[in-house]
Design a protein around this ligand. Structure first.
Ligand SMILES: [Zn+2]
Length: 271
């Protein structure tokens, strides 16, 4: 401390401020501005029912039953059964080796972070097998600065427009192989170097549909990141400047589970 001196501290503070500035000048206000309406809260999760798109081959995915009714019991309650990986859900690191952490053990801190949105809608419309390259992450960084540590990186493919039409969303060919876009392993390696908290996508899987080796799952989950899959429409989340709150079910020993994901965005922020 002594060596730095007062002017040194001032310069350091200004430098710190300048590095934060291009990212989002108002991020600190996003939470406090919710009640006034200056911040909007976007819900990026689908409501859960039995009509969502399960992974091909799953034969049961969601069932619910009424256990008590107001008429009979004086109160209303239900029970339900569902897959851990169904609807908008989180993949915990243990879902794929060498990942180890179950959904209940992911540090809570990892559930709050700035959103980095990588927009590949035009590419995905041209090529359903589109893979987000390392270069596209670097392009984002040229525009907005380095992907911040603790960021939650969302791949916006536009696939949410197909939800919940299973045929169009899975987009399977004659051999049953699915075709939808995803992260490339090379891009994920850069994001791991940046120490991001998690990945997310508006498709069925962080790996592209045609993947057979699930390279992204092994890499990202192995590095302790989580994955958010089947996120709802991301069109209102800006490329930079939104803040995400990720709230998965705290299921002991779980490989993942249903998740509620909220994006806080400035009222006037662009798309
Ligand atoms: Zn999953």
């Amino acid at each position: 401390m002594g060596v730095l001196g007062r002017s040194g501290i001032f310069v350091a503070c200004v430098a710190l401020f300048m590095t934060l500035l291009p990212q989002n000048p108002h991020r600190d206000d996003l939470l406090t501005n919710i009640s006034s309406g200056k911040s909007r809260v976007l819900d990026l999760s689908y409501a859960i029912n039995d009509k969502l798109v399960p992974w091909p081959g799953d034969t049961r995915w969601f069932e619910s039953q009424v256990n008590s009714t107001v008429e009979k019991n004086g109160y209303f309650s239900r029970s339900f059964w569902m897959l851990e990986h169904y609807g908008t859900h989180l993949d915990a690191p243990i879902h794929f080796p060498p990942g180890k952490i179950t959904v209940d053990k992911i540090p809570a801190k990892q559930f709050f972070g700035p959103a980095v949105v990588l927009d590949v809608r035009a590419d995905a419309a041209r090529d359903a097998d589109f893979l987000l390259s390392r270069g596209r992450v670097e392009d984002w960084e040229k525009r907005h600065g380095q992907v911040p540590k603790g960021a939650i990186v969302l791949l916006r493919t536009g696939w949410a427009a197909r939800w919940p039409d299973a045929q169009r969303y899975r987009n399977q060919d004659g051999q049953g192989r699915m075709h939808f876009p995803g992260f490339s392993a090379e891009a994920v390696k850069v994001l791991i170097e940046r120490k991001v908290s998690g990945l997310g996508c508006d498709t069925l899987s962080a790996d592209y549909g045609a993947s057979t080796d699930f390279a992204v799952h092994h890499l990202a989950l192995g590095a302790g990141l989580y994955q958010l899959e089947n996120l709802a429409d991301l069109s209102e989340v800006p490329e930079v400047g939104a803040f995400l709150i990720v709230a998965p079910i705290k299921l002991e020993g779980g490989s993942g589970g249903a998740v509620r994901v909220f994006a806080l965005v400035e009222q006037e922020s662009g798309k």
